[in-house]
Structures are given as C-alpha cells and as structure tokens.
Design a protein. Structure first.
Length: 147
C-alpha cells in the first residue's frame, strides 16, 4: 500500500449544491462550525442536514453545533475514480462516527494511506472551496508523552 499523504486539493472537486433547506448548514461551515440537528419530538440527532426529522418525521429539527470529533467507523482507499473532475491520486473516504452518535461520510486528509484505521480519532476542519467551506476530517494529533 502506498504511504503518500493526501492533501486537500479542491481544484478538482465539484462544488456542493446549496438549497434553501441546506443553506444554514453551509453558512455554519463557513464560520468553522459543523451543524447537526436534533429533533425536539424524539430527541435524536441527525445528519445530513434537512428540513424534517428522519426518525419521526417531525418538522423543524433544531441546529446543534457538533464537537467535530469522532472516530473512523469505516473507510475505503479509492485508487481509481473515473468520474469527470477527479484527480489521479488515491484518496480516503471515511465514515466517521461523531461523539454525538451520528455517522458522516467524508474524506480523511493529511493521513498516510497505510495509517488509516478503524477506531482512529479524527476531527473536522473546513477547506475553502469556491464560495463554500467543505467539512473534511483529519487525524487527531497524538498526545506527546514528553512534557
């Protein structure tokens, strides 16, 4: 397995579509805040962002800022993507389980391909992409034993 470190190169990424329903989420990303939603009816968190609760169908779930911390729940190293607009370098797609319990599909950046692991601690960060900021994940730096 190659040990190259994938770095953020948004020049080949398509820009996400922003709708009236998702605008608050993308505006929060622009402020460096990752929003989840929580339903006042059933109390459950949800992601992706939408205008109703995906668990009980109640309307108007409220915005709740996430800690942005979680662990790699699953991952795949994509070595070949023939979709228009993608580069040729391998990249890591992850499913991150956030501290709040929801799972998010994203990319893991700044991580050697042979070092990604299930259970690895990660944190969200925001990569400018045109008019938006895209939420991506990176490994949480190891705490040094030297003090």
């Amino acid at each position: 397995m190659r040990s190259d470190v994938l770095t953020a190169d948004p020049t080949y990424w398509p820009q996400p579509e922003v709708s009236g329903e998702t605008r608050p989420f993308w505006e929060a990303c622009g402020r460096g805040e990752f929003l989840l939603q929580r339903c006042d009816g059933c109390g459950k968190f949800q992601y992706p962002y939408r205008g109703f609760c995906c668990h009980c169908w109640a309307g108007q779930p409220r915005d709740v800022p996430s800690t942005g911390r979680g662990t790699v729940w699953s991952y795949s190293v994509v070595r070949r993507n023939r979709s228009r607009g993608h580069g040729t370098e391998p990249y890591i797609v992850v499913v991150v389980e956030l501290e709040e319990g929801v799972r998010v599909v994203s990319n893991l950046m700044d991580c050697p391909l042979d070092e990604v692991a299930i259970g690895q601690p990660v944190e969200v960060y925001f990569q400018p992409l045109g008019d938006l900021s895209l939420p991506l994940f990176r490994p949480v730096p190891a705490v040094s034993d030297q003090g």
